[in-house]
Ligand binder design. Structure first.
Ligand code: NAD
Length: 368
């Protein structure tokens, strides 16, 4: 059963996380930006990609696996497309730079394709779809994790894919519609949350090397008692792809687009052995609806969303939702009430802060 949560006010948590990243080597602006995007994941209900990542990101910074203060190197560029290298900068710094390049090109030429490679973990991909939609653009993102094998393909037990998210963002006059999901049955971070006493993952989300299905985080992380930072290299099993052969096929294509086409590489091994760090690759397509002659696109998309929502509920009283709706509802609720964190998650963040010489803020305990 999930342990009761510690509720941390949004401003307190955001300030604390920014302080941690600044103490670990980011300048103040970068610390604030990393905190903003981690909080954005918590605010949209994706705790798996929120502040729970802090101890791991700080460990990577300290080990030199990601770097503070990086920018993009343009490897290849035309007016409508580019391949850019993130130089293993923090994903919350590199992600927005790559997206803004795509936005600028698509606004000028109607469409753009940006291949990003060697970026630190870019977290919740929905943030990037939202960023483009705020500028009136449709965007489609295929993501992989170089050297991040975690997911068994359909019919297999060995890790071959990463959790390879796909995101499609659409602007409308009433706010963006954002589809954003991992192609694994659950995102790795959800197993991370479960391993910290949070919501358990659904039965059969994982697979043991002998083919037995599992929901035990130890399938992915090995023994977890007494550890603060989970290490997926220590588990013998794998996550499973969603949707049987269809989700597995989508994950495969993310490797081809975000790994092979960007030049960053797939989640699999490289010649000469394993890479010592993971990095995100992302192939993003940006489309300006106006340049397709679809002047009324945003109204048409919103009207269609209304039509879909008007489908009679399968379960009486349970509303049909469109992509992005659960996230915007959670955001409204959490902005008002604060971010619920599992006690182990909060303890791990505080331990990381203390290791950097910081004093954690006082927050209400789960039992009042
Ligand atoms: P998920 O299973 O919660 O699915 C989320 C998507 O489904 C959203 O678009 C949401 O609006 C929609 N949705 C959810 N409930 C719905 C309902 N009842 N009706 C209609 N639509 C509904 O997400 P996930 O697969 O757990 O992914 C979580 C996050 O992890 C995502 O933000 C993803 O980008 C991120 N991720 C990142 C990486 C990375 O390498 N950076 C890897 C994997 C996942």
């Amino acid at each position: 059963m999930a342990e009761p949560s510690t509720m941390v006010p949004v401003a307190v948590l955001q300030g604390f996380i920014a302080e941690i990243f600044t103490a670990a080597g980011c300048d103040e602006a970068e610390g604030k930006q990393v905190a903003h995007h981690l909080l954005s994941a918590n605010l949209t209900g994706h705790d798996s990609h929120g502040v729970i990542r802090t101890p791991r990101y700080i460990q990577w910074l300290q080990e030199g696996k990601v770097r503070a203060g990086q920018s993009l190197t343009v490897v290849h560029e035309t007016p409508t497309h580019a391949i850019v290298d993130g130089n293993y900068g923090l994903g919350q710094t590199i992600g927005p730079l790559a997206v803004d390049l795509g936005i600028a090109k698509a606004k000028q030429h109607g469409l753009a394709v940006i291949g990003l490679r060697n970026s630190g973990h870019i977290g919740r991909i929905g943030d990037w779809g939202e960023r483009a939609a705020e500028q009136g653009l449709i965007s489609i993102h295929f993501v992989n994790v170089q050297a991040g094998e975690l997911v068994a393909p359909y019919g297999g037990v060995d890790r071959r894919f990463s959790t390879n998210p796909v995101c499609i963002g659409v602007p409308t006059h009433e706010g963006p519609i954002i589809l954003d999901f991992a192609t694994s049955l659950v995102a790795e971070g959800k197993v991370l949350v479960a391993s910290n006493g949070g919501k358990p993952v659904p039965a059969g989300s994982l697979i043991e090397p002998d083919g037995r299905l599992s929901a035990d985080p130890r399938t992915l992380y090995g023994e977890i008692a007494g550890t603060h930072v989970r290490d997926s290299a220590k588990g013998a099993g794998a996550l499973r792809a969603f949707g049987e052969h269809k989700g597995s096929g989508l994950a495969f294509m993310c490797e081809i687009l975000a790994g092979c086409l960007t030049g960053g590489g797939t989640s699999g091994p490289i010649p000469g052995g394993k890479r010592s760090r993971i990095a995100n690759g992302m192939l993003s397509i940006y489309l300006s609806p106006g340049s397709f002659g679809a002047a009324q696109f945003e109204d048409a998309a919103r009207d269609y969303a209304g039509y879909v929502k008007a489908s009679r509920p399968a379960e009486p009283g349970v509303e049909v939702l469109i992509p992005g709706e659960p996230e915007s509802r959670v955001r409204a609720e959490r902005l008002a009430k604060g971010i619920p964190l599992q006690p182990d998650t909060w303890a791990a963040i505080c331990a990381t802060a203390r290791g950097l010489g910081l004093t954690p803020p006082a927050v209400p305990t789960p039992n009042g």
